[in-house]
Design a protein around this ligand. Structure first.
Ligand SMILES: O=C(CO)COP(=O)(O)O
Length: 258
């Protein structure tokens, strides 16, 4: 039997609400240039995606998607269309070229009161509109890796109950978001292994799905994780494109392996 090709490393960036419009587009141009030239991307060993603020989605997609960098929204409505002031629905996001929609981020849970019911409904909205949900899961308080793994798998199972489709599970321990350092490699790998096992047991329901880690992720972490996560979900440390380049440098390309 042929050996399955290793999954490409998936590197996502959420810009949250940090950048202005022109700053976003300048950043996107730098990332597009990296995608055009960096061997990790051009060899297919790495895939990049970016989640800018809503108003930047159309021009950012114009800059990034020609170089294979997919874009997505940081949120979407539970409903597809109708009288929902201020919301943005999945059909529109799909129409403007989004590939991803992030759901369940800890900031939306903590600051905007979103709970499991809303997060599950947003995940369903993404899937029925052909968007890949970047579903954030992770424990609120620091505990043992075993506790975190159990809680996080339970959370993923709860949120994805009755749903099918490709998903990106972003393991983001809430205590590691906005921190000086990510969680330890032992902690991250224990949870990512558990999520991977859970997904693999449901590969027919959730084919081609990925488990990535977010929470103060930056250069050096991929190496420490030694392939036990499918990639990273970056925040602040991706604001400087040099850090994205440094992370891409950590990914072995087919040429480097040969
Ligand atoms: O929440 C995150 C990505 O969505 C992580 O953000 P930071 O890397 O800035 O902690």
């Amino acid at each position: 039997m042929p050996v399955p090709a290793p999954r490409p490393v998936l590197l996502g960036v959420s810009l949250k609400m940090y950048f202005g419009h022109h700053q976003t587009l300048n950043w996107a141009r730098r990332i597009a240039e990296l995608a055009r030239t960096h061997p990790a991307v051009t060899s297919g060993a790495a895939r990049l995606f970016a989640l800018p603020a809503f108003p930047a989605l159309v021009p950012a997609a114009g800059i990034l998607t020609p170089f294979g960098v997919q874009v997505g929204a940081q949120d979407l409505a539970t409903e597809d269309t109708g009288p929902y002031t201020g919301e943005v629905g999945g059909p529109l996001l799909r129409e403007i070229g989004c590939h991803y929609a992030e759901v369940g981020h800890a900031e939306r849970r903590r600051l905007y009161g979103e709970g499991d019911t809303v997060v599950a409904a947003k995940t369903a909205a993404a899937l029925r509109n052909g968007l890949t949900p970047v579903l954030c899961v992770g424990e609120r308080d620091r505990g043992t890796p075993e506790q975190a793994a159990r809680r996080t798998v339970d959370e993923a199972a709860r949120l994805l109950q009755g749903l099918t489709g490709t998903v990106v599970l972003a393991y983001e321990p809430q205590w590691a978001i906005g921190a000086p350092e990510p969680a330890s490699a032992d902690h991250i790998t224990a949870v990512c292994d558990a999520l991977r096992g859970w997904l693999d047991a449901r590969s027919e329901r959730h084919p081609d799905s990925a488990v990535i880690y977010g929470g103060s992720a930056g250069p050096g972490l991929l190496t420490r994780l030694a392939g036990r996560a499918d990639g990273l979900f970056l925040g602040r440390f991706a604001h400087d494109p040099a850090n994205v380049e440094a992370i891409l440098d950590e990914i072995r390309t087919p040429a480097a392996v040969a």
